[in-house]
Design a binder for this molecule. Sequence first.
Ligand code: PMP
Length: 400
Amino acid sequence: MLLSPWRTDFPALAVLEAQGQTYLDSAATAQKPQALIDALCGYYVSGAANVHRAQHLTAERATRAFEGTRERLATWLGAAAPDEIILTRGATEALNLLAYGLEHLIERDDELVVSALEHHANLLPWQQLALRRGARLVVLPLDTSGCIDLSAAARLIGPRTRVLAVSQLSNVLGTWQPLDRLLPLASAQGALTVVDGAQGVVHGRSDLAALACDFYVLSSHKLYGPEGVGVLYGRRSALARLRHWQFGGEMVREADFQTAVFHPAPLGFEAGTPPIAGVIALGATLDYLQTMDRSAMLSHEQALHRRLLQELSAREGVRLLGTPQAALASFTVEGVHHADLAHLLVEQGIAVRSGTHCAMPLFRQLGTAGAIRLSLGLYNDGNDLDRAFDALDRALEILL
Ligand code: PMP
């Protein structure tokens, strides 16, 4: 039956079910646990205040709670210290912070290396940095399963490589990337390594010690937390190489009309009022996630994912993109336009994504105009898949 013991912790699931909706779009954003909702309401009800500024009681309480999330994130990710955690407004902002913060290290003909499967959030900031500096954007090709081709990477990463920026888990192909072998290729050349963990962190690989990267990026809203919050982990020595990029309140130690002295990380990279309520609610979400039996959660997800792949493979004409290993599957159906199929699925209450999933160059390489993506959260169960596949069969009867 593949029931999820955590489903009832997410009140929206019951609401969606009552509306005849089956949510299979968690890779875009996840539903939220009650613990987050309580923390969000609790913060506003007990008095909002800005952080790091005033001495009054409400501000002190807000600052303590805000910094409490930073500490929890550091522990959760296995960072050396809380000040290796910069709080941003999303993974996209974190990656842009890096592309601007590292700009001064990039010279003409230097190389920035990404892979062919990157989300636009981990492609365009580097592409634009390369254009600004006259550097070269090098794109690592994939093997047929949808993983970065390591022998090509060994050829393409070289002494001009300054940054390697790659995803941990593809948001289109659902493939884990071979980071344990890839990142050392860049580190050996003295390049900085950036891992886009927006998808990977959700599905059990949040251990920075195992990753050994210089920077790691995630988005709270995919990790069952609120929107508007992102996380940038930076190894302390790597953070020291970043130049400040956004300027404003609270990131400055001394300011005069013509000059200023900025705080180091993390505060020096958190200009302006941060998303306080969201950060506090993310802390509560992490506490909730900590209460879970992690291995039970991962085996539930794996069992659901296996079933998802079995069902898709059992249908004639269905073509999977790559060889998905976790969390999601993207597919096309021979002779059917993905948008028509998505329309019929959505009409039957199946919440899926269709299109190019913010990875247009990857789709161009695959020679596919777009695909349907079904993605899983820890609250999904076998009934969700039954409903999705009944709907898929009905849709295909109409379309084929
Ligand atoms: N990287 C990956 C792999 C993603 O899937 C996403 C979100 N779809 C992002 C980066 C960007 O995250 P956000 O839009 O929350 O900034």
